[in-house]
Design a protein around this ligand. Structure first.
Ligand code: UDP
Ligand code: MG
Length: 314
């Protein structure tokens, strides 16, 4: 059986189109399907749409509804937990992950028994603002340099996994979830299929530039401690520098006396060192914040409703 996990946040307009498209593929694939829609605290009609879908297709549709918006990462985790299939795929509801790729992904997975996962990545960054592509590419350059976990540039969350890999992902129950990293951290053999990027069919993206920026910082902090090393390195360097300067000044004063001292340079140095300290404190604070959230050990989400709360239609 194949489980399709779909996180949904305000997707009332996309869901019916998504379902229709996927049903078409289902006929091609000719294997049992199970949909798991996760309503991530939508404020629109997503939940009624899901109830409707369940009533119309009680045998293949399941849904989970969160008590509030917990974010896509939590929705993915909940969906994976609920999935019962031997194969599991995760897809966005906005058709940016085209279901029509599924047969190709299946064929690839079947043709190579040693493969555990077929992922997708965008072939290029056409149609994206230049500046955004620049930041995205820089992010991947940086993170691949400083983190041990390899992150594939342009890889999407859309992937088809075998059960063994799903179980591995589920064992990482950390609170700070960065899926791109988690999927690659667990290892297993993954091959990527490239495809042309598409616009979402309806609704709006929930990602602003600022959110993406924070997401990338999260990715770095979650998978690398290099920023901490850089901070200590800069600290050590400036310590050494100032020590040499101190010796130099003391000796110079002994030899030449102390002419009018330059306080502007003094102030600059204070500011510089103060700034450095704040920067390093900020970096350390980032990690402490993560530890703080992690040690609270809170559940990743709360369910308010699932399809089991509904009477099973005949
Ligand atoms: N999503 C979610 N919770 C959120 C934000 C997004 O479950 O807090 C879902 C959303 O419904 C969609 C997928 O995650 O199915 C990807 O979101 P979106 O299309 O906004 O992101 P983009 O494709 O622009 O990266
Ligand atoms: Mg999208």
């Amino acid at each position: 059986m194949l489980s399709i996990v779909v996180p949904c946040f305000n997707e009332e307009a996309s869901l019916p189109i998504f379902f229709e498209e996927t049903e078409k593929v289902k006929r091609q694939l000719n294997m049992p399907f199970e949909y798991i829609f996760v309503n991530d605290g939508s404020s629109d009609q997503t939940l009624p749409v899901l109830r409707e879908l369940y009533r119309a297709h009680p045998d293949s549709v399941r849904y989970l509804s969160f008590s509030r918006n917990f974010g896509k990462e939590a929705a993915l985790y909940a969906g994976l937990q609920a999935a019962k299939g031997d194969f599991v795929t995760v897809m966005d509801a906005d058709l940016q992950d085209p279901p029509s790729l599924l047969p190709e992904m299946f064929a690839l997975l079947r043709s190579k028994p040693e493969l555990d996962c077929v992922g997708t990545r965008r072939a290029d960054r056409k149609g994206e603002p230049k500046i955004r592509s620049f930041f995205s590419n820089s992010f991947y350059n940086i993170i691949n340099k400083i983190a041990d976990t390899e992150m594939v540039n342009g890889a999407r969350d859309f992937r088809l996994m075998r059960r063994n890999m799903v179980d591995a992902v589920l064992q990482l129950s950390e609170y700070n979830r960065f899926s791109k990293g988690i999927f690659s951290w667990v290892g297993f053999d993954t091959e990527y299929i490239a495809y042309e990027n598409r616009e979402r069919v309806a609704g709006e993206t929930s990602w602003s530039f600022w959110k993406l920026f924070q997401y990338s910082i999260d990715g770095i902090v979650n998978f690398s401690d290099t920023p901490l090393n850089i901070a200590s390195f800069i600290g050590a360097l400036s310590c050494l520098g100032s020590l040499i300067a101190l010796v130099f000044i003391v000796i110079r004063t002994f030899i030449f006396g102390d002419p009018t001292s330059g306080w502007p340079s003094m102030v600059s140095i204070f500011l510089f060192v103060g700034g450095l300290q704040l920067l390093c404190l900020g970096i350390i604070g980032k990690y402490i914040g993560k530890i703080f959230l992690e040690t609270k050990n809170r559940p990743l989400y709360f369910l308010k409703e699932t399809e089991e709360d509904q009477e099973k239609p005949k």
